[in-house]
Design a protein around this ligand. Structure first.
Ligand code: SF4
Length: 232
């Protein structure tokens, strides 16, 4: 236990950004990811390389565009303290740069790649993607983060931005202000939060495999679902 944890609250959650995005793809995927994660097919070497490249790009953007931030994940030993720690740091006066700032609202946990607070308490959030263009999965990812951040900060949330890679070198990027478009998605996201919690309160849903198993991502439970089909 880290020293500051004695004064932090340990918070719980039902959904995360990742599980929300999975729920958008398939209700059964949401259920399996939450309750049977060990049934996933391990990540291939090729996919792991893509993840590693994404993390390197994140580090590069942080170091070169938003240096000197506090990485919230490094400051506490358990996920349950991240929300409380973030709240505490942001309540301090003065400007801040945080990496992995974490918020739980409506039992949904989201972590923001970069969050800045200026002297007047205005908040800007930046989500870093290795992609060069926006796609459906990125929209879903940003929409749930925005909805939770909006609930936490209200009018103090000044902007919500996507940072996309500009070239193969990974040393240049574009910032896109998504605030207005994401604001239009809040009601839909709130309805889906209720729907997804309901799915998790029930038995594993029965869903046939189909095109959705590869869209927008190749599902990690395909072997599991195929196995069930064989055993029927
Ligand atoms: S393999 Fe297809 S049906 Fe099974 S959980 Fe994944 S997306 Fe859903």
């Amino acid at each position: 236990m880290k020293p500051q944890e004695s004064i932090l609250s340990y918070d719980r959650w039902t959904l995360t950004k990742s599980s929300f995005v999975k729920g958008r793809q398939c209700a059964k995927l949401l259920h399996l990811y939450t309750f049977k994660r060990n049934e996933q097919t391990p990540v291939s070497k090729e996919l792991q390389k893509v993840f590693d490249r994404g993390h390197s790009f994140e580090d590069y953007v942080r170091e070169n565009g938003f240096p000197g931030g506090v990485n919230v994940k490094d400051e506490v030993s358990k996920f349950g303290y991240l929300n409380s720690y973030t709240k505490r740091v942001l309540s301090e006066p003065g400007s801040k740069v945080l990496y992995e700032a974490t918020f739980i609202e409506d039992e949904v946990l989201v972590m923001c790649d970069i969050l800045t607070k200026d002297q007047n308490g205005r908040i800007d959030v930046y989500e870093i993607k290795l992609n060069k263009e926006l796609n459906e999965a990125i929209w879903n990812d940003l929409a749930i983060q925005f909805t939770i951040c909006k609930k936490r900060f209200g009018g103090a949330l000044r902007s919500f931005n996507a940072i996309l890679r500009d070239d193969e070198s990974g040393q240049h990027w574009t910032e896109i202000d998504m605030t207005e478009q994401l604001d239009l998605k809040v009601n839909q996201v709130q309805d889906q939060i209720v729907e997804f919690k309901n799915i998790l309160e029930n038995q594993e849903p029965e869903i046939n495999m189909g095109e959705h198993c590869n869209k927008p991502y190749a599902c990690a439970f395909k072997e599991y679902c195929t196995g069930l089909k064989r055993s029927v």
